[in-house]
Ligand binder design. Sequence first.
Ligand SMILES: NC(=O)c1ccc[n+]([C@@H]2O[C@H](COP(=O)([O-])OP(=O)(O)OC[C@H]3O[C@@H](n4cnc5c(N)ncnc54)[C@H](OP(=O)(O)O)[C@@H]3O)[C@@H](O)[C@H]2O)c1
Length: 221
Amino acid sequence: MPTVLITGASRGIGRGFVDRFNEAGWRVISTCRDPGSAGLGGEVHPLDVTEQASVDALATTLKGEPIDLLLNNAGIYGPRTYAYDEIDYDAWAEVLSIDAMAPIRVAAALTENVAASNRKLMVFISSVMGSIAETATGEGMIYRSSKACLNAAVNVMSHGLQGHGIACVLFHPGWVRTDMGGPTAAIDTTTSVRGMFDVIDGLQAKDNGRFINYDGTDIPW
Ligand SMILES: NC(=O)c1ccc[n+]([C@@H]2O[C@H](COP(=O)([O-])OP(=O)(O)OC[C@H]3O[C@@H](n4cnc5c(N)ncnc54)[C@H](OP(=O)(O)O)[C@@H]3O)[C@@H](O)[C@H]2O)c1
């Protein structure tokens, strides 16, 4: 039975992944900031992805346990309306910390677990909004630049982790009806998660470094 570890499992896309991987018979390790109020069943561990002590504690708890798929999903959008000349720099730093730095922090702490598994996969939930090629608006600088930073960091890391046999893949989950995506988003969580699950299930070492839509098509950087 393969093992998946999911960050930000309390709600939204992360919660959808918990349900889908459980349905598929995987061992699911859910992580979230407040397990007590998340209402998640099964194996749940506390994890604030921005706190090094929290990440280290999880790594200590899971030491020696193979993790086939590390699924870095936790993220925030931050302020929605700011143009470049209205930036709240503290808010920008917070979004960078959660969306760009934290996934690398978690990946670094759990690299040995993934390297010890059969599938050796790290998946990072990014966004098409992090694609510089697809940006045609002057809005959303904080979120767009934070996801672009994640994309660049994972691209660099994918080269470094090749030596461990680990494949790193970035996903755009679609515009999804969650707290972040809002009620008018294009697709529901089930459609997004089922699409990504099917793509993830077929990933191989040669997919290392790809940036993929939830339907399996490549996204330009
Ligand atoms: N929804 C969309 O349309 C869309 C589109 C493109 C990309 N994405 C990406 O998809 C991912 C999931 O988004 P979503 O739509 O499911 O958002 P969501 O419904 O707002 O859920 C966000 C999740 O991230 C967790 N989180 C936030 N900060 C955290 C921290 N410091 N430590 C641990 N967990 C933290 C939240 O936990 P709490 O419950 O504790 O707050 C929650 O579980 C994000 O990376 C997002 O950028 C979403």
